[in-house]
Design a protein around this ligand. Structure first.
Ligand SMILES: [Zn+2]
Ligand SMILES: [Zn+2]
Length: 141
């Protein structure tokens, strides 16, 4: 557990989808993988994990399944903002995007994942651990 937060809350771009969680925040980091990059149309994405059953939702989410049904990414049905990442290998967790937080200062990324896949013009100068893949499968570079 990297941080103890009070209530976390967030919303999509249009505000139709909102979420709340009391955490705890299990981990946080920036993902440089090709899938996150394409799903979010951003050079990398910043997200964090909380217990799946800690999150309550309002509004209509749509599902996008990939990796043979193992990964579910959910997005706002109205505006398309990416809201969640769920993977069958972490059945108790849900990953939320730090950029959807009502108060983005509530969660600070603590690592870089899939750093080997970063775009060549992304030059990270922080001192956070940088994993070539996920923290579960690779050592920090
Ligand atoms: Zn929306
Ligand atoms: Zn990723």
């Amino acid at each position: 557990m990297v941080e103890v937060a009070s209530e976390l809350s967030g919303r999509c771009f249009c505000g139709q989808v909102t979420w709340r969680s009391y955490g705890p925040v299990l981990w946080s980091g920036n993902c440089h993988c090709d899938s996150c990059r394409r799903a979010t149309s951003a050079p990398f994405t910043s997200f964090f994990g909380v217990p799946r059953d800690s999150v309550s939702w309002r509004g209509q989410l749509s599902d996008n399944l990939s990796s043979g049904g193992k990964v579910t990414r959910q997005f706002c049905a109205a505006c398309g903002t990416q809201m969640t990442y769920k993977n069958v290998i972490w059945p108790e967790e849900i990953h939320l995007y730090a950029a959807t937080l009502d108060d983005p200062a509530q969660v600070t990324p603590q690592a870089h994942f899939h750093y080997a896949e970063r775009l060549h013009w992304v030059d990270i100068v922080d001192d956070l651990p940088k994993y070539s893949g996920s923290a579960d499968t690779t050592e920090a570079l």
